[in-house]
Design a protein. Structure first.
Length: 80
């Protein structure tokens, strides 16, 4: 692996140290993981991975009807 030097503001370094301590990982490991996650989005702004992977953070967090396609009352005017 290659080494790089990064200057961080104190607050960001403090947050990095807190995550490193909580996960019992070194700073470098946490930074590599964060950078990998950040770079999963292409430079042109289009995300990579399947829709299911991209929506994993919000899947199941909405309330409402689960599936209206099988409820007869919702299908009355379908196709008209």
């Amino acid at each position: 692996m290659k080494n790089i030097a990064v200057k961080l503001p104190e607050d960001l370094l403090g947050r990095l140290d807190a995550v490193s301590k909580r996960r019992a990982q070194g700073r470098s490991s946490v930074v590599r993981e964060a950078l990998r996650r950040f770079l999963q989005t292409d430079t042109d702004g289009s995300a990579t991975g399947s829709f299911a992977q991209q929506a994993a953070g919000v899947a199941g967090c909405f309330k409402g009807l689960h599936d209206v396609s099988h409820a007869p009352r919702h299908m009355k005017a379908y196709g008209r």
